[in-house]
Write a protein that binds this ligand. Sequence first.
Ligand code: APR
Length: 231
Amino acid sequence: MRKIVILTGAGISAESGLGTFRDAGGVWSQYDLAEVATPEGFARNPALVHDFYNARRANALAAHPNAAHEALVRLERDWPGQVVLVTQNIDDLHERAGHRHVIHMHGELARALCAACGAHWPAPEKMSASDPCPECGTRATRPDIVWFGEMPYDMDLIQRHIDSADLFAAIGTSGQVFPAAGFVMQANAAGAETVELNLEPSELSGMFDIRREGPATRVVPAWVNDLLASA
Ligand code: APR
């Protein structure tokens, strides 16, 4: 049975009320990326960075999964082959919809990371740099988020999945951030069929075999229905 690898981005959570990054009014038009999403910004002003992610954690907690997250749960449950979900999102809406296996390549709001020893633990709702690490006791707590200039999580695993994919789908991502933006090229090279589901054409639209345009809550359930009907 065919193996499906799915990459999701901020667009899948947009209709749950979580802002995207690069659309008009998006997160990066309101905040300076260099100050809140780089290791250098954190070193300069940890309190500012924690405030930013504490606010995003509160927003994510108040949000609910939408029909697109739910459709992917159906696909994971009912597809007779393997479904691998890789997300760039740091919210937990895939999990809260019921998705069992999610690879969070850019980290998670729900986890804390010790900048001194690398330990991970569940994030409290409000985090601060002076929270002691439960393993080493150092007060160097940061959000477990992959910042610009850092290596995303699970890259070897993701690359192996893409190399053996029959179908690669990108949902709600602008294709402007590497390495995720390179996945479609890798999938094409591996001989997978590639499909983009996005509100509008992205930077990378020309690289996909198939495009389905529209809001995720409409196009993702319809795509999943078509896939399951063809299985
Ligand atoms: N349905 C489908 N797609 C949507 C919707 C929607 N309702 N709303 C917006 N989109 C699309 C936009 O057209 C855009 O192409 O989602 C995409 C969102 O793009 P970005 O804001 O750039 O988000 P993303 O691609 O996830 O960003 C990648 O950038 O700053 C970093 O680490 C952050 O993980 C993030 C990475």
